[in-house]
Design a protein around this ligand. Structure first.
Ligand SMILES: C[S@@+](CC[C@H](N)C(=O)[O-])C[C@H]1O[C@@H](n2cnc3c(N)ncnc32)[C@H](O)[C@@H]1O
Length: 309
């Protein structure tokens, strides 16, 4: 059984490039070519599980805030940060009333292309939804970039940012006075049926892998709560776990390979035991006997209104 990074779909785990052995990749945005890539196949595979996991309880407080935003009559301007192939917009736009213009941000032009092609067209009440794409580094977002924003969203993004980047994001949202719905950040906890003594060691190594290069990984939600609260925002957090069973076997298989692969990249001494572990888990998955809960959190930050959108 292969726990090598080359067996893992890009985005599900550590990414191997042709001819490259997986090694610690330092975070250096000057070398953005080195930033990990997310395969559209991975984002498409996870989209239904993400949709099922999203915390519905945050929608009503968000709708109430949006209904009371000054300048709302011109429609909503929604900035989706790290949009990937646009999964967040496809889920949220049809759940909000009124005309919407989505500004889809990502640093990967290939993913932006997918997002533009499969963008949502209609709001909950049938109003028009339009989109534009913006290529760039969302970790350097300035308040200027959010002028006129009604809402900032992100999905599966916070955990790949640093504390400083989250503070920059919180400051930009506070400057714009707009709410932020930041969903599906990993919580660092996983439950599998038929618990195995190696589960915890792999989870701990995976979490350490996520923290490489100063990224927040499972600490992202706590850091975001602090950053938004420091700007006077009211912050609500709700669980949004993936609950994966036999119907999600393809996603579970890729997730398992990525989870174990990252753990072994972090702790190569785990490799001999992890190979057997992965083989057994994949066999159970293929037999429809594995259930996995991967814990995430959704966060809604309601900024102090600035008095004009
Ligand atoms: C795990 S994917 C999630 C994609 C999408 N939001 C979804 O839920 O399917 C993370 C996305 O964030 C983008 N991303 C990560 N860091 C970024 C940064 N600093 N600036 C812009 N985009 C970034 C990646 O290119 C990728 O599309």
């Amino acid at each position: 059984m292969d726990v090598d990074a080359s067996a893992v779909i890009a985005g599900a785990g550590p990414v191997a490039r042709p001819g490259e052995r997986p090694t610690v990749r330092l975070r250096d945005d000057a070398a953005s070519e080195e930033a990990p890539r997310y395969a559209p196949e991975w984002l498409q595979l996870r989209e239904p599980a993400d949709a099922a996991a999203r915390a519905m309880d945050l929608l009503d407080p968000l709708r109430i805030r949006l209904a009371n935003l000054p300048g709302r009559s011109g429609g909503l301007a929604v900035h989706d940060l790290g949009c990937g192939t646009g999964s967040m917009g496809r889920w949220l736009a049809p759940r909000l009333d009124g005309a919407q213009h989505w500004i889809l941000h990502d640093r990967d032009p290939y993913l932006l292309h997918f997002a533009a092609v499969a963008s949502p067209r209609a709001a909950a009440d049938g109003s028009r939804v339009t989109v534009e794409t913006r290529r760039g580094d969302v970790a350097r977002l300035t308040p200027d970039a959010l002028v006129g924003a009604s809402l900032v969203t992100a999905s599966a993004l916070l955990d790949v940012l640093t504390r400083e980047e989250i503070e920059t994001l919180a400051a930009a949202c506070a400057g714009a006075g707009c709410p932020a719905l930041l969903t599906l950040s990993v919580a660092g906890r996983v439950e599998l049926t038929d618990p195995d003594p190696l589960d915890e060691e792999i989870a701990a190594a995976f979490n350490d892998h996520q923290r490489r290069g100063g990224l927040l990984g499972p600490d992202a939600v706590t850091a975001a709560c602090e950053a938004f609260a420091d700007h006077g925002a009211t912050v609500k957090v709700h669980p949004s776990p993936w609950r994966l069973g036999p119907d999600e076997a393809a996603l579970t298989e890729q997730w398992l390979r990525g989870w174990v692969g990252a753990a072994v990249e972090q702790r190569p001494d785990l490799a001999p035991r992890a190979e057997k572990y992965l083989a057994a888990r994949l066999a159970a998955c293929a037999a429809g006997k594995l259930r996995v809960t991967v814990h995430h959190s959704d966060l809604l930050a309601l900024a102090r209104p600035t008095g004009g959108a």
